[in-house]
Design a protein. Structure first.
Lengths: 327, 317
């Protein structure tokens, strides 16, 4: 497709993004970056891991998003006694008819909020992550496709780590984005306080349907990504693996292991979705840089030396972005 | 009565004499009797004895006064017609000028038929030790001449070899230094171009290459933006090569001297982004306009004074 025509089409088709953001904005004050990342996950068919202290409107954001799309939403509180069957469903014996019935679990929804995913044992985590990857669930001898769109938003609480089951690196890698949520600004918090104290009813209207999202996804796939941008993405990812080749010798001792090929794929997908949100039919370096931290921060592991010097993966990625030349 | 007493006395003296005992002689001697202070005195004790007699080595250390025992030689034995003579040799020295008497040294021995330890003394030896006569008319000189070390050809050859090697290395280094110096002198000193001079020169070269005229539009836009970004890096000390358009312009905003080119730069870089990343094919007039804009950006922010780069101000972070 011609880029100008694609550009025009995307300008038209992505109009719902502003509507959606405005609608969510009626309920959620601030947190624009989080909402954008949720949309990127939705448009790229990826999942999002959110990290932030309690009370930062994580649940409210995804609930509002599902309301604005009139999609099915389920919140699952992960606890140490949760079982895989509580998540995906199970077979129940029907005494009257003498056979087993399938009872589907809460995972059969469009939006899943896996709250405090690191509180559940590994078997439950892997059941969820398998469903995220395969987009289907097998109960007994029957396999069921999950809803489309299907977005899992998992949260982790960074301040309470006792009695938790931290996600292994291989499983964290399955999340397209890891978004860090920070406290709102003073003005935003004033607005939040007033909104809640005065019980302002920010009733959310449906502004987009799940079908529109699926349609938009196809357009996101069509967003043009130039070879120069692809090389830029590869440069960033390869710099996490062999920083020395990019003049970043000082990072060699700080990186335990670099980003996987999933990082390159998700960086390209995320950049395309970002371009779509910005209503463009082509990717520019700003799109890559805009999504880079969220795609890479959970895929680059730092060494003990780095931790001792209070250097985290974000510092490493920023250093790489400041060194790799833009095309 | 007198005759009887004389006979008894003769008998006693005969019995006590060495001629009648198992040890036939015990004599002490030195080579000479006059020595200078510090001279070596070769002191010998010779003991002659008959077979079946055990002679114990004399203990002279405790008997000597005013002399110092320097060395004890190994005793030597000589047997002549049944009798044995053992010689004990010592090196002594005396450090005071005086008349010295080396006393009689008791020689202990035992015979095979009798277990009683018997003794016979040596004769005392008188010596005269005197100081060196000082000739006040002569100058001061060494007591002993310096020791002469025998000449060793092997060491001489080693030293000559080492000296030649050092000389060769020194010569090589000198030649190398001269060569480097000559080469450095032949290179013309580099003229450090100011950022705008470098940028203008690069733009001129790019113009000469006629990239867009040959259909290399994307390459032309990549090259022209690279020149401008490199210019910004040097002129404004900002990492423009590592920043996308929006972030580069944001940084430029922090420099007041970039105010006249802010909008121009944003438009210039954004247009180039369209060509580079969105397959946009600009009209020829746009390509020409890009070159004009590039010259304008450089000329409007050029700094002409000084070549040390200090005029560019602080780095933009």
């Amino acid at each position: 497709m011609d880029i100008s025509a694609l550009n025009e089409k995307i300008k038209e088709e992505s109009a719902f993004v502003d509507l959606l953001v405005n609608e969510i904005g009626k309920v959620i004050v601030g947190q624009r970056a989080m909402i954008e990342r949720l949309l990127i996950g939705l448009l790229s068919n990826g999942h999002v891991l959110l990290e932030g202290v309690p009370g930062l409107a994580k649940t409210l954001a995804i609930k509002t998003l599902s309301s604005a799309m009139k999609a099915k939403f389920q919140r699952i509180q992960f606890t140490p006694d949760l079982l895989p069957a509580d998540l995906v469903g199970t077979q129940i014996y029907n005494q009257r008819e003498g056979n087993f019935l399938i009872r589907k679990g809460p995972i059969f929804s469009n939006f899943i909020l896996a709250d405090e995913i690191n509180r559940a044992p590994a078997k439950v985590q892997s059941a969820l992550l398998e469903a995220m990857q395969e987009r289907q669930v097998t109960i007994g001898d029957q396999t069921f496709k999950l809803e489309d769109p299907f977005l899992v938003l998992a949260t982790e609480n960074p301040i309470e780590q006792e009695g938790t089951y931290p996600l292994p690196e291989a499983q964290v890698d399955r999340f397209m984005l890891k978004v860090m949520i920070s406290y709102p600004s003073r003005d935003e918090e004033l607005k939040i306080m007033r909104q809640n104290v005065n019980a302002v009813d920010g009733g959310v209207q449906q502004v987009v349907s799940p079908k529109d999202i699926i349609k938009a996804r196809n357009l996101v796939h069509d967003v043009y990504i130039d070879e120069k941008i692809e090389k830029y993405i590869l440069d960033i990812v390869f710099a996490t693996r062999s920083p020395k080749d990019y003049g970043l010798e000082k990072l060699t001792d700080y990186i335990s292991y670099g980003a996987s090929p999933r990082a390159s794929i998700n960086l390209a997908l995320g950049a395309k979705a970002m371009a779509f949100i910005k209503r463009r039919g082509y990717v520019i370096p700003e799109d890559v840089r805009g999504i880079c931290l969220d795609v890479l921060r959970h895929r680059v592991a730092v060494t003990y030396e780095a931790e001792a010097e209070e250097i985290n993966s974000e510092n490493v990625i920023r250093e790489i972005l400041n060194k790799v030349e833009v095309p | 009565m007198v005759r009887r007493a004389a006979l008894i006395g003769l008998l006693i003296s005969l019995l006590a004499s060495p001629a009648l005992s198992q040890v036939t002689s015990a004599t002490a001697s030195t080579g000479k009797t006059s020595y200078l202070v510090g001279d070596y005195i070769n002191y010998k004790i010779q003991v002659g004895y008959k077979p079946g007699t055990t002679v114990f080595p004399p203990m002279i250390q405790d008997s000597l006064r005013n002399v110092t025992l320097l060395k004890v030689e190994k005793p030597s034995k000589v047997a002549i017609s049944g009798d044995t003579t053992i010689t004990y040799a010592y090196t002594l020295s005396c450090y005071d000028s005086a008349g010295v008497t080396l006393p009689g040294i008791p020689i202990f021995y035992r015979t095979a038929s009798d277990t009683t330890l018997q003794v016979v003394p040596t004769n005392p030896v008188r010596l005269t030790v005197s100081t060196v006569k000082v000739n006040l008319k002569e100058g001061i000189k060494d007591v002993n001449a310096p020791i002469k070390i025998p000449f060793d050809w092997k060491w001489l050859l080693i030293w000559i070899g080492a000296a030649l090697l050092i000389a060769a290395i020194a010569y090589y280094l000198y030649r190398r230094y001269k060569k480097t110096k000559a080469a450095a002198a032949s290179v013309k000193p580099l003229v450090k171009l100011l950022p705008h001079e470098e940028a203008l020169s690069s733009l001129h070269q790019l113009e000469q290459q006629q990239l867009w005229q040959r259909g290399l539009v994307k390459e032309y836009h990549s090259a022209i933006t690279e020149i401008i970004r490199r210019y910004f890096e040097k002129r404004f000390k900002m990492p423009a090569m590592e920043l996308p358009t929006s972030e580069a312009v944001e940084l430029l905003k922090r420099r007041p001297e970039s105010a006249p080119i802010l909008d121009l730069t944003y438009g210039f870089l954004s247009n180039a982004d369209m060509v580079k990343f969105a397959k946009f094919t600009p009209m020829n007039s746009v390509n020409e306009e890009m070159m004009k804009q590039a010259y304008e950006i450089v000329n409007k922010t050029a700094v002409s004074n000084g070549r040390d780069g200090k005029e560019n101000g602080d780095a933009v972070q």
